[in-house]
Design a protein around this ligand. Structure first.
Ligand SMILES: Nc1ncnc2c1ncn2[C@@H]1O[C@H](COP(=O)(O)OP(=O)(O)OP(=O)(O)O)[C@@H](O)[C@H]1O
Ligand SMILES: [Mg+2]
Length: 339
């Protein structure tokens, strides 16, 4: 029996995959996968919530694994991307469903470099096909026993523009989606602080202004990298799992050899260095942003670095649940705009 079609925004970032279905709670799943079986990986620690998926005869594990590095530009069209999206869909409870999804590409990949705003059709096509290509389930993550989701439609959107759709498409008092004419006519900059990159998108007259949009290779992963290096040096440890570092950055504290150690100063310095680089790029691209109507911070980094982003511009805001802004926009786009 065919199940009911579900429409989803799937923001498949380098750090997290965010899934939004309009009217439901958003879900977030780490973007981690590697070649190999989970039995081998279980030796490294606790194994929970792992999928095993085969693509082109290669066996992948996704979920709570120490992942292969996915921070490479080929990631959006790679088998790792397909595996991570399927794992995220199953983990979020969409296994066994027919799903129509929109995913994202960074603006600098979605459009060709140059003065004229021109789409990179071949890359967009390649990404569209890649996620829909065959993959077979070997083992579902915990609790998901309905198999994989079937992706029956896949659209690719530029990431910052997705957040702009989130900004302009709102709900009226009856819960219907409406596009705000006022917001649509504004000039808006979206600053997306992610795991690997921070992206700037300026949207004016409903078009991305490429001259003032751009990307800098700095994000929350740099905070993690810095903190990992400092802890290893200072306390002479040779191995620290991703999960331990995540917690150290979140809480400013780490347990080593049975003792709780305060690393909050290290975390603070790492964040300050990242914020300085984002601020420099912001100055270069936007200046004082005097002609813009609104500057909107989105992405997980806007939460992680929140206290250091205050007062950059008099007319700035942080999006509601900023980590989900792109995924929300993708979901709204699929419901409201897509033909
Ligand atoms: N509520 C939160 N509070 C603090 N930090 C958060 C929060 N949500 C996410 N983060 C942090 O934000 C970072 C990742 O953000 P995000 O999910 O936007 O990145 P991404 O989209 O995967 O990366 P990229 O855009 O570079 O592809 C992680 O370091 C994560 O720990
Ligand atoms: Mg992102």
């Amino acid at each position: 029996m065919a199940s009911e079609k579900v429409i989803l925004g799937v923001d498949d970032g380098f750090f997290n995959t965010k899934i939004v279905q309009v009217g439901k709670s958003p879900r977030i799943v780490q973007s981690r996968a590697r070649v190999g079986r989970s039995e081998q990986l279980a030796l490294n620690g606790r194994v929970t919530d792992i999928s095993e998926i085969e693509v082109d005869g290669v066996h992948y594990s996704a979920g709570a694994v120490n992942g292969d590095n996915i921070a490479f530009d080929g990631y959006p069209t790679s088998p790792l991307n397909r595996v991570i999206v399927h794992h995220a869909l199953m983990s979020a409870g969409y296994g066994g469903h027919d799903v129509e999804i929109a995913t994202g590409l960074p603006i600098r990949l979605y459009y060709r470099p140059g003065a004229v705003t021109e789409k990179n059709e071949s890359l967009i096509d390649k990404k569209t096909q890649n996620i829909m290509a065959p993959a077979s389930l070997v083992k579902a993550p915990n609790k998901a026993d309905r198999g994989m989701a079937t992706i029956v439609r896949h659209d690719v959107l530029p990431e910052g523009l997705a957040a702009w759709f989130d900004y302009i498409i709102q709900f009226d008092s009856d819960g219907r989606m409406v596009a705000s004419d006022e917001r649509r006519s504004e000039s808006v900059a979206i600053i997306d602080i992610g795991g690997r990159t921070t992206d700037f998108a300026v949207i004016e007259s409903q078009v991305v202004d490429m001259a003032r949009s751009g990307s800098v290779n700095v994000g929350m992963l740099d905070v993690h990298k810095h903190v990992r290096g400092e802890i290893m040096n200072k306390y002479d440890v040779s191995e620290l799992s991703d999960a331990v570092i995540d917690k150290a950055v979140d809480t400013g504290s780490i347990k080593l050899l049975g003792k709780q150690i305060d690393v909050s100063q290290m975390v603070h310095e790492a964040k300050a260095a990242v914020v300085r680089r984002i601020s420099n790029e912001s100055m270069r691209l936007l200046g004082q942003a005097a002609t813009l109507d609104n500057i909107i911070f989105i992405g997980g980094g806007s939460m992680g670095l929140r206290e250091m982003l205050e007062d950059w511009f008099p007319h700035q805001t942080v999006a509601d649940e900023p980590v989900f802004a792109n995924a929300r926009g993708m979901a709204k786009y699929m419901r409201f705009v897509a033909k």
